[in-house]
Write a protein that binds this ligand. Sequence first.
Ligand SMILES: [Zn+2]
Length: 206
Amino acid sequence: MNLIKTDTFEFEGKKYEIRIHGSAWDFTVRAYLNGKPANGYSYSISLPTAIDLKNAHNLDAVQILVGYAKRDIKQNMWDKYIKAHVASLKKKPKETLGCRKCGSRDISVSKVDERDMFECGNCRDICYGERQTTSGPLSIIDDITDGVTKNGSHEIETSILLNFVFRTDERCGLSFQDQLLNWAQQNKLKYDAFDHEGTQYLRFWR
Ligand SMILES: [Zn+2]
């Protein structure tokens, strides 16, 4: 499916996107926040092929789905649903975790870089919880972990980590290499260094 159109709107200080994806006469509408799906809802429609495709995404039939996606955000539908559902199951929050890759409930949770990290005990898949707040160094770190999740590996200039993330300061006493190693181990990442046209890079993967 291709991205056909993006509507943005603000709610409670957060900037949401309603993205319309389409493939010929099939359309899907979903709300996004910070580039990720904002909730579990997505709406889809298959229009009759008699309709002219050029303007199909502007038809009421599609726009009504955009309205649904916005309503879900404004009425906080997803959180209400999850809370009510979990309460009805009488489960502790930990018992509701599951691996999206393999379906296992053997998940261990740890706090890494000021956010939750979830590791599947079965397939070893790693994912992270939402951040409450972020900062320059954390957003650089998130680019690495997100890049590894999305693409299998991520490359970054060594000087960026050296100057903005793992600054050697006298109080902490750890060298750049030690901090880098600790951080990679916490996030279960492997890495190596390489040189490209005189610039040092690090490559991360799992
Ligand atoms: Zn798994």
